[in-house]
Design a protein around this ligand. Sequence first.
Ligand code: CMC
Length: 428
Amino acid sequence: MKNKATIVLDINNQKKEYSYDILDSTRGPKSIDMRTFYKESGLFTYDVGFTSTASCSSSITYIDGEKGELRYRGYEIEKLVSNHSYLEVCYLLLNEKLPSKEQLKNFDIELRHRSFLHEGLKNIFSAFPDNAHPMATLSAGVTSLASFYFDHINIKDDLGYKEMAYRLIAKIPTVAAFSFRHSIGIPFIEPDINLSFTENFLFMLRAYPHHNLKVTKDGQEKIDPVEIKALDTIFSLHADHEQNASTTVVRTVASTGAHPYVAISAGINALWGRAHGGANESVIAQLQMIGSVDNVDKYIKKAKDPNDEFRLMGFGHRVYKNFDPRAKVLKKLQDELKQTIHLDSHLLDIATKIETIALNDEYFIKRNLYPNIDFYSGIILTALRIPKQMFTAIFVIGRTVGWITQYIEFKKDKQSKIARPRQIYKGK
Ligand code: CMC
């Protein structure tokens, strides 16, 4: 028998009882099934920003915000990223289990073969202005994929979902690399099928035309494996994050029956905002603006001033009321990288001072404002010589698999409905 919750509403001395099912979860809070509430009471529930609303059931990712815990398909994020590659994480999210060696090899080959772009898609870039932000061209490029693979509007079976997933995971890094190269006016570098997923992306960003040479800062011919591992970890940490703003957008677009590729493109657009994935670019821009450790106090004061819109970028999270576990992994990675590659010590000093002050300041403690993933990723990405206008695109590459997995889960869920919130009308 299902557990029930009784809600008693006392409005103008008129009491009425309503009974609703309590929905179980395997972890985290249970939910009250309020779907018939409006029909029965004539009232809406008001929940701006969905702070108390579960919009779906999901078995992909679990976050315990109080403990600072994140799991993909039941696996703790810290263990997952220290023992498995980004492609293994992708396989896990899509297939609910980690791959065998053979399965991983086949998955990898399938992705390598799909990493190229249709010639027509490449021509689209020439229509964009010079200096176009890579996030704008990336989003447009992914939308354009829907025109090249229009038949995916009607995916009917697992094979179709698999093809869609492989195609997007493989092609989005290429669109992202081309977006960057277009933004600085240099020729595109085609994917190198001999390279791993992450190395190939760095290759497409860095290489020179007509050269097989993978140039590094010290002129070596191979991209430093330390850099590949660091970026691979960053991709894995971004792979999914349950019902955040961009994922909710992907599910919302999915709910209308639109083409799956435009649902992913909508996710990219939602991610771009500085309150969400765009925060990584803003963190570095803000550290550069602060400019010196001597100015940190002034900006902390601004962040605490209720009359000042200034916020410390890379701090706070809707769900984490403790250290973001992804940030913990990156902080450790940052410390390790200090020994092997050049980290910008000037920016690092400013960031360290902000972190130390904020973690001990009553304003931040009272509001549970901890550094989030974006606070640390920017310094590492800068050390990987990735320009800051590409930071959110890096987030996109990592998150693509999460959006796709959530899209497929939504489509297969018999309870799914078109997303259609209500409003409190205050107009004439
Ligand atoms: N700096 C200063 N004060 C802050 C900050 C911040 N970064 N974040 C929240 N606050 C204050 C806010 O002013 C409010 O104070 P009060 O209660 O006095 O009005 C209180 O903390 C609660 O803030 P909120 O805006 O109601 O919290 P939210 O859950 O709606 O917003 C957030 C979460 C992430 C949008 C917000 O913390 C923020 O804008 N942070 C900076 C941007 C950022 O780093 N975003 C990346 C998030 S992690 C990557 C991802 O998954 O997207």
